[in-house]
Design a protein. Structure first.
Lengths: 179, 179
DNA sequence: TAATAACATGTCAATACTTACATGTTATTA
DNA sequence: TAATAACATGTAAGTATTGACATGTTATTA
């Protein structure tokens, strides 16, 4: 499917960037729905260069440190826009180790079952707080048509997802403790 | 991490099964949080056999068709229970192609942006209806401590997740159409 | 009874992803 | 100024996963 390809092209469609800067972006807001390691980014940029989807110029940082500033080409932009305009079928639900564990958890002592649920709730609550803090930094909702608006929509999606997860975990805990 | 290992051991901890039956289970309720292809199951069962985590007996179905009925061993059960009782750190958020697409969607015409959102909503609504149908087949909430109870909890989780996704998508559509 | 769907088990090649290895520069701060 | 963190770019080995290839049996239904 080469989705990483489109993740990178999408960024370079906004502005020229180095591999390192791309990596940093994937550690930030994007990490809520896509994660990549630098060991995957550099080879993919190399491949995209060979395919003519991107080009780069070598910039000197300081006195000797070379860095590659990548730009999207017209070919790359066309390929990206084609992907962006398409509707995509939902993929198989993502794997979640915790839900698998919960699925089998009847084999545990009831207190332990509640404990792992509470542990998970704690982790998701922490993430939710973090996301809400990010949201508050927006101040008001960005204008439609801007990239900030899209940033806001996906952040909202991450918040709604965490809220739902926290509420579900609380429901589970209540049901486990009932009378 | 070998999570597939625990997915398989967890099933065999409930009852003896063939590779084919395991595969069928991963196409059912489990598919909401774990998916596996048969091409991954058979080699993993082979490996677990070599490791002494499972054993099998060959059963004859009909007159000649051989099938392998797998059982968990004491070693396998101990390893599984160790995993089951542990608390696990949340993994990096699962990859979602649609959210990546939405993140870049400011480069699209506004009507197209709304169209892909509505398409996604349609797909998630369909899945939600399907999950609710499954829930209604439970009749009432199963008793705590049974495997049915765990089945119910993870189904509830899938429903809450889809509800949140649908609500978020509606929010996005409204925000795109505002005034 | 012939066709078809479901049962049943595997391998292989390719892709995707992670972890560790490997190296060196530049900016900050103690 | 010395240490440290951040910048910067790669490779290699191993694990995980998918999709295609490969084969044959049994049950159902038209």
């Amino acid at each position: 499917m080469r989705i990483l390809k489109y993740a990178l092209l999408g960024m370079l469609n906004k502005q020229d960037m180095t591999g390192y800067e791309l990596m940093k972006l994937f550690e930030g807001a994007l990490s809520e729905f896509w994660s990549v390691k630098h060991s995957q980014i550099y080879p993919e940029l190399k491949r995209l260069t060979e395919e003519g989807m991107v080009t780069y110029t070598v910039e000197i940082s300081g006195s000797v440190l070379e860095k590659k500033l990548y730009s999207i080409t017209e070919l790359g932009r066309q390929d990206f826009m084609k992907w962006l305009g398409q509707t995509h079928k939902m993929k198989a639900t993502p794997k979640e180790e915790f839900r698998l564990q919960l699925f089998y958890s009847s084999a545990l002592a009831p207190e332990r079952q509640v404990y792992i649920l509470e542990n998970q709730l704690k982790q998701h609550n922490a993430r939710l707080e973090h996301l809400k803090k990010n949201q508050s930094e927006f101040g008001e909702v960005p204008k439609r048509g801007t990239y900030e608006f899209s940033d806001y929509l996906v952040l909202l999606g991450a918040i709604r997802r965490e809220e739902a997860t926290c509420n579900w975990l609380k429901e589970c805990i209540d049901m486990c403790k009932e009378d």
